[in-house]
Design a protein around this ligand. Sequence first.
Ligand code: NAG
Length: 263
Amino acid sequence: MASLSFFLIALTSAMIIGKSMAIGYGKVRVPPVFRPSRWSLAHATFYGDETARETMGGACGYGNLFQTGYGTDTAALSTTLFNNGYACGTCYQIKCVNAPACYGVIATVTATNICPPNWSQDSNNGGWCNPPRVHFDMSKPAFMKIAQWKAGIVPVMYRRVPCVRTGGLRFQFQGNGYWLLVYVMNVGGGGDIANMWVKGSKTGWISMSHNWGASYQAFSSLGGQALSFKVTSYTTKQTVIALNAAPSNWRAGMTYKSKVNFR
Ligand SMILES: *[C@@H]1O[C@H](CO)[C@@H](O)[C@H](O)[C@H]1NC(C)=O
């Protein structure tokens, strides 16, 4: 009997350790992996038309979403979710609930824009994106996957999910030889970024500051140097290093693809 309870305790501890390894907590050296959050209630509307033209050039700085790979499965987040741009690139599953217009289909979208508050409208009558409301203003093609668009606004269940991306992080450059502004795209896993550093072939790691949306900047003379990036995920705190992501002849306007990504 005594040996049986010892066996059970040992088994239970092994299960607890196994679980902590799986989710990457504690001292076990397993890289954290982003897990879906719980389903919560919110509402969704749409903006623009079926071409999704209005969703281009959003507040995350992804520009033309067809060229940058996000397509039309996108949403603008209310201020509460947008988190001053730190939620750019995060991914959500959204499902219309409790309305005749619902299709019962789950759409997966990436946050590419902000839905700003409009204080001249009541938060429960048009001012859907006013804080503290949690709201998704989806592209019309994405909204049309979950509900009849004529409904205008529908209740939804949503949850954060890992962003599934093909290929590595992409760095789109702006600025000049003395000021580097980098838009980080195609971010997998949590999809979001907390901190970023750049290293020229002649410098150490230089901390970059958050500019707007998904862009980060360094005021340094980095012209003529191959550039590496160190990026930390906002949600999982995981860090990846993209060694020599850009060649020494890098220039503004170009996008450089790395081989690393979050999961
Ligand atoms: C805010 O709401 C008012 C009243 O409906 C509307 O006239 C105005 O265009 C809205 N502003 C924006 C920026 O959407």
